[in-house]
Design a protein around this ligand. Structure first.
Ligand code: FAD
Length: 393
C-alpha cells in the first residue's frame, strides 16, 4: 500500500472494527458487509488459521441442544444461515448426516437432547436397536440411543473462507497478520491500535477467542469481567482398513456421533468426509489450562491413547483402525460453559462475544447476525438474554 493510500485508510472512520476474525469475527464481518456497513476485520494471523479454536477439519452441528434449550431458536437461525452461505458462495460447507447420541438414559446428553428436541419440535428418535440402524456401531448394551435427523458436519476452514469471500465481495477490508495491541473506548468512537497503525470506528466487536482475556486485561473496564479459562484440547484421526472405509463415509450415510462416558465428558466423532481418508474424533471435556501464546502445539500420542481406544471400542471394525494424525486446538471457557454476548461494561459501542466453551462453531451465522444487530442498531430481536453478563451479577 502506498503511503498516501495508507494514511487515508488510517484517517477514515469505519462503521465497525472487528478484533479477531476467526469464527465469530468473520461471520460478523460478512453480515455487516451484507448490510452495507463499512467494516475493517483484523486478525493477528491468516483467515482462517490453525492457531485458535477453528481448525481441525470438522465441527458438529446439532440442534437438540442438551446444554440448554434456549439455544435451539438460535440454532434454527444458524441452520438457515449455513444454507444461505452455501447458496451465496456455491461451496459445500455443511454435510447433513444425522447425529447419533449414546449414553445413560438418565445422563445429561440423552435427557437434555430429548428435552430440547421435544420442547422445540425437532425430528429426533429414540432407537430401540442401534445395531440394526447403524451396523458399524457396537455401543454398550446399557446405553440409550437417540438419532437427530438434521445434525451434520461443518467444514470449519471452508466455512471461514466462505464468510471472508462474502465479506470481501460486499466491500469489507480484511487485515491479516496484524495484531491488535490496545482498544480505547470513547463515547462516539473507538480507537484500535495494532502493531501497524491506529484505526477509528463507530463501534468495535471483540471476537478474539483464546486471546480475549489477554486483550481485555489491557482495556480500561469499570466492572470486572468473569474470568475465561483457555484450555488445550487434543484431537485425532482414525483410519479404517481400506476395505471398510467406504462404510464410514458421508456418502454411505455414516452419522456424526457423541457418547457420554461420564458426567461432563463426551467422546465424539465424524464420518469420513470427501477428500479425507480419515475420520476425526476427540473427547469433549476441559483440557489443561494453557497460555495461547505458549501452548505446546504437537499432541503426544499418549494424550490420545484413551480417546482413541474409546472410539475404536464403539465400532465393529475398531481393532483395525489406525491413529493416523493428531492435532491441538483450544477452548475458551466461561465459568458456566455458556457463551458471553454483551456490551463491554461501561461502553455502548464495544461488543464482546467470547466464552464459546468448545461448542460455538455451529452458531457462527446467527452470531454474525446478532453482533451486526448490536453494533449497528444497539439491540437484537434474537433472544440472547441468557447469554448476557447480567447472569454473573
Ligand atoms: C477441538 C475442538 C472441537 C470443537 N468442536 C466443535 C463442534 O463440534 N461444534 C461446535 O459447534 N463447536 C466446536 N468447537 C468450538 C468452536 O470451534 C469454537 O467455539 C469457535 O471456533 C470459537 O470461535 P471464536 O471466534 O471465539 O475463536 P477463533 O475462531 O479462534 O477466533 C479468534 C480469532 O481472534 C484472533 N485474535 C485474537 N487476538 C487477537 C489480536 N490481539 N489481534 C488480532 N487478532 C486476534 C485469533 O488469531 C483468531 O483467529 C470445537 C473447538 C475445538 C477446539
Amino acid at each position: 500500500m502506498s503511503t498516501a493510500v495508507w494514511s487515508a485508510a488510517v484517517a477514515m472512520i469505519y462503521d465497525v472494527i472487528i478484533i479477531g476474525s476467526g469464527t465469530m469475527g468473520i461471520a460478523a464481518a460478512a453480515e455487516l458487509a451484507r448490510r452495507d456497513a463499512m467494516v475493517l476485520a483484523l486478525d493477528q494471523f491468516s483467515v482462517p488459521n490453525p492457531f485458535g479454536e477453528h481448525h481441525g477439519g470438522a465441527r458438529m452441528f446439532r440442534s437438540s441442544y442438551y446444554e440448554h434449550p434456549d439455544y435451539v431458536p438460535l440454532l434454527k437461525s444458524a441452520f438457515a444461515g449455513w444454507k444461505r452461505l452455501e447458496g451465496e458462495t456455491g461451496r459445500s460447507l455443511f454435510h447433513v448426516t444425522g447425529g447419533l447420541y449414546l449414553g445413560p438414559a438418565d445422563g445429561d446428553l440423552i435427557n437434555g437432547a430429548l428435552r430440547a428436541g421435544r420442547e422445540h419440535g425437532l425430528e429426533i428418535d429414540l432407537l430401540d436397536d442401534v445395531r440394526a440402524r447403524f451396523p458399524r456401531f457396537r455401543p454398550p448394551d446399557a446405553f440409550s440411543a437417540l438419532f437427530e435427523t438434521a445434525a451434520g458436519v461443518l467444514r470449519p476452514e471452508a466455512c471461514i473462507e466462505a464468510f471472508a469471500a462474502v465479506a470481501r465481495d460486499h466491500g469489507a477490508t480484511i487485515g491479516t497478520h496484524e495484531r491488535v495491541t490496545a482498544v480505547h473506548p470513547g463515547d462516539t468512537e473507538v480507537a484500535v491500535d495494532t502493531d501497524r497503525a491506529r484505526y477509528r470506528g463507530r463501534a468495535a466487536i471483540i471476537t478474539a477467542g483464546p486471546w480475549t482475556q489477554k486483550l481485555l486485561s489491557a482495556i480500561d473496564c469499570p466492572a470486572p469481567l468473569p474470568p475465561l479459562t483457555t484450555t488445550r484440547q487434543v484431537i485425532g484421526w482414525l483410519r479404517p482398513e481400506a476395505a471398510q472405509a467406504p462404510a464410514f463415509s458421508t456418502d454411505a450415510g455414516f452419522p456424526c456421533w457423541a457418547v457420554e462416558d461420564s458426567p461432563g465428558s463426551l467422546h465424539y466423532g465424524f464420518p469420513i468426509l470427501p477428500g479425507d481418508p480419515d475420520m476425526r474424533f476427540a473427547r469433549h471435556f476441559r483440557g489443561p489450562a494453557c497460555d495461547p501464546d505458549a501452548i505446546a502445539r504437537e499432541a503426544d500420542p499418549e494424550e490420545l491413547r484413551g480417546p482413541a481406544e474409546f472410539s475404536r471400542s464403539l465400532f465393529n471394525d475398531g481393532p483395525g483402525m489406525v491413529l493416523s494424525r493428531s492435532g491441538v486446538c483450544m477452548y475458551t471457557n466461561s465459568t458456566d460453559s455458556h457463551f458471553i454476548i454483551d456490551r463491554l461494561p461501561g461502553s455502548d459501542n464495544i461488543i464482546l462475544a467470547c466464552g464459546f466453551s468448545g461448542h460455538g462453531f455451529k452458531f457462527a451465522p446467527v452470531m454474525g447476525e446478532i453482533l451486526a444487530d448490536l453494533a449497528l442498531d444497539g439491540d437484537t430481536d434474537h433472544a440472547i438474554e441468557f447469554l448476557s453478563l447480567a447472569r454473573f451479577a
